[in-house]
Design a protein around this ligand. Structure first.
Ligand code: GLY
Length: 369
């Protein structure tokens, strides 16, 4: 098998394209809009599996593996492109503001510690030592010193450049209108730019993945969940640590912005920022860092997270169709899970190695209409 077609040029499609191409395949990526123009550029760029996943198991393992892959992956990308994608793995705080929240957080800390993860339990004064801009009302926090964030927009730019240098064919502004079907196989895609033929086609189209599978009579639930998010200037507000709370999160970027987020609301494929959404994002973070009251507002935007019914991604072959796979449903963690998705999907496509993808097999939702 020599050539691969990826439908969707977000962080997952571009990461996989780069990996497949580095391993010697001829790769084409088609994208209906701009590279990473959907959830990938809307994200806050958090790399926080211990914060995001609520229990030990395959999803947390996947997230941790991806986190460990990040430094090397970024170093290689930066070397290939000459850019700096602002990877910061210098820790984050998950903060409790009252006794009830502290109790829930303590339970999380206990299972993480018992499982051998590197986390620290901090009480009020200790929390402020890590992040002096936090409110003195913070009663406790989990400090996770090895997690962090990245500038996802710079990462996307680097991936596009790296893919081009690697010889990946990138076709943007190209809308897929159908999948080419041949005796139980998918052999490419029909698009507004003509027909693309491939030995292996991978759907990497985020929240739009379900629509493409519907064309084959397959119903796999991938729903768009809108995230409304905003950026303020960090001028005069030297926040140094990523802060998560129950009502919002703050991510200080090296480019002078603090990203604050995010709603989780369902509005179909609408990407409007609503007044209610923006109000809830702002009021959600102010209790944690009161000095944000004076922050200059920069911009707000929204992205559509691809959510699955069980919160796990869809990785691997589409049952019943030869030559067709999906890498999607990454919900809140597409940026985090990119390197491991690329690695494991390439292992499947090139080496036929499916076992590590078993917990995320698309077939768990399989239904033919
Ligand atoms: N990764 C955080 C979010 O989706 O809001």
């Amino acid at each position: 098998m020599t050539n691969c077609l990826l439908i969707g040029g977000g962080i997952i499609g571009l990461s996989l394209a780069y990996e497949l191409s580095r391993r010697g395949l001829s790769v084409t990526v088609i994208e209906q809009g701009e590279w990473g123009g959907q959830a990938s550029s809307a994200a806050a760029g958090m790399l926080a599996p211990l914060k995001e996943f609520q229990t030990v198991g395959p999803l947390l393992d996947l997230g941790m593996e991806s986190l460990w892959l990040y430094p090397q992956w970024v170093a290689e990308l930066e070397a290939a492109t000459g850019g700096d994608v602002q990877l910061c793995l210098d820790g984050l705080l998950t903060v409790a503001m009252n006794d009830e929240e502290a109790e829930a957080l303590w339970a999380k800390y206990c299972w993480q510690k018992a499982a051998g993860y590197h986390v620290r339990w901090l009480t009020g004064g200790e929390v402020l030592e890590v992040e002096p801009l936090l409110t003195a009302k913070a009663v406790a926090a989990i400090h996770s010193p090895q997690e962090g964030h990245i500038n996802n927009r710079l990462l996307l730019g680097a991936l596009v450049t790296a893919c081009k240098k690697q010889g990946v064919k990138l076709v943007s502004g190209c809308v897929v209108t159908g999948l080419v079907q041949q005796a139980g196989s998918v052999t490419g895609a029909e698009t507004t730019a003509g027909t693309f033929h491939a030995d292996h086609t991978v759907i990497t189209s985020g929240a739009w993945a379900g629509i493409m599978l519907n064309w084959l009579g397959i119903s796999i639930p991938v729903c768009p969940v809108r995230g409304q998010i905003a950026a303020v200037s960090s001028a005069g507000i030297p926040l140094r640590t990523v802060v998560f709370g129950t009502t919002g999160y703050l991510t200080p970027k090296r480019d002078g912005r603090i990203i604050i987020g995010a709603t989780e609301d369902e509005a179909g494929f609408q990407k409007d920022v609503t007044l209610g959404g923006l109000a809830s994002v702002c009021s959600g973070v102010l209790p944690y860092v009161p000095s944000l009251q004076t922050a200059a507002f920069l911009e707000a935007w929204a992205g559509l997270r691809p959510a699955t019914a069980d919160g796990k991604p869809l990785l691997g072959p589409v049952p019943g169709w030869n030559g067709l796979s999906i890498a999607g449903g990454h919900f809140r963690n597409g940026i985090l899970l990119s390197p491991v998705t690329a690695k494991r999907m390439a292992d499947w496509i090139i080496k036929n190695r499916l076992e590590p993808l078993q917990p995320f097999a698309p077939g768990r939702f399989f239904a033919v209409s």
